[in-house]
Write a protein that binds this ligand. Structure first.
Ligand code: ASP
Ligand code: CP
Length: 330
């Protein structure tokens, strides 16, 4: 296992088997008060720092709450772009060096810019740091711990990830969760991924190249994605990443955002009709949040028993607890 958790390509099959076992174990222990007390000893005396430069509900809360369940001391900076000395012009490199000096066991960071976490990991290695760095999302780059919880959920719900047919839809160009998930799925056998998006938001060629290199089959489709829904074991839908659709001219930016939102709303939503096309044993996933104005998963679809979005989020805490525990205790 690598010292830092930056990209999902780096997870080995052995690591995946171990972390999923440990997440199962922690989930079972959390269900019994006496057992959950034992968990409190695992990270006792350890320090976890959480530093977020982008908004978050789940990732931040599940790392913080998970670390507390394991008995760690947690220091959390939300809105770091507004409340840290970044506002005074401090570089990310200096911020990382500062945190390292306070000797946390693990530093969990979400950043707006792709590649920043990889730079942070190099810097920590260069200065001989003993802190583990976790990428909690780096702009349009990756979200490796989300991919872990997504694959954990696929495994839990479908019994196996090998042989899975999955459709990923929505904003595949700007969404980091689909990128990390595609990288991770390429480690499993006989997976077929269908990428369903408007052509302006279709998955990047770097991901397709990686899938080719790893002999993972894929299909790219547009509005006609519905024809392929009956074949899927899992449907993984995503929100339009409005914050990443930027233009120097504000009016143009507004128009572009409105146009893409309209396309998603009209042609790329999962509603009752799409649910009716899905297999009775298929699952509907979404990393969340759902954009309530676009409603890429409708309220009706959300209420369908095949929709596992809240289970995914809950699984995220167990998987992140297992990750923290493995980094610190091995
Ligand atoms: N919460 C996920 C992320 O941070 C997905 C999203 O925001 O749409 O990437
Ligand atoms: N899925 C996810 O990363 O959610 P948050 O952005 O709320 O952390």
């Amino acid at each position: 296992m690598k010292r830092h958790v930056i990209r999902s390509q780096d997870f080995t099959p052995e690591f995946l088997a171990r972390i999923f076992d440990r997440a199962d174990q922690f989930r079972r222990m959390m269900e019994h008060p006496a057992e959950s007390k034992k968990l409190k000893k695992r990270l006792k005396g350890r320090l976890i720092n959480v530093l977020f430069y982008e908004p978050s509900t789940r990732t931040m809360a599940s790392f913080v709450d998970g670390a507390h369940h394991l008995g760690a001391t947690v220091f959390c900076t939300a809105d770091a772009g507004l409340t840290s000395s970044t506002v005074k012009g401090e570089t990310f490199a200096h911020t990382i060096r500062m945190f390292n000096g306070y000797r946390p066991d693990v530093l969990v960071v979400r950043h707006k810019e792709e590649g920043r976490l990889a730079e942070g990991a190099l810097l920590l290695n260069k200065i001989g740091s003993r802190t583990h760095l976790i990428n909690a999302g780096d702009g349009p780059g990756q979200h490796p711990t989300q991919a872990l919880l997504d694959v954990y959920t696929l495994h839990q719900q479908l019994g196996s990830v090998d042989g899975v047919k999955i459709m990923m839809g929505g904003d595949l160009l700007n969404g980091r969760t689909v990128r990390s998930l595609a990288y991770l799925l390429s480690k499993y056998k006989d997976v077929h991924i269908t990428f369903a998006a408007p052509k302006q938001l279709q998955i990047g060629s770097d991901i397709l190249r990686h899938l080719d290199e790893h002999c993972t089959e894929y299909t790219c489709v547009g509005e006609d994605f519905r024809n392929l829904l009956p074949a899927q074991h899992a449907v993984y839908w995503t929100r339009l990443q409005l914050e990443r659709i930027v233009h120097e001219d504000i009016e143009t930016q507004k128009k572009q955002r409105e146009e893409l939102a309209r396309i998603q709303k009209d042609c790329f939503c999962i509603d009752a009709a799409e649910m009716a096309l899905m297999r009775p044993d298929a699952i509907l996933m979404h990393p969340l949040p759902i954009n309530n104005e676009v409603r890429e998963i409708s309220l009706v679809a959300e209420d369908d028993p095949r929709c596992v979005i809240f289970l995914q989020a809950e699984n995220g805490m167990y998987v992140r607890m297992a990750l923290l525990d493995m980094l610190v205790n091995g």
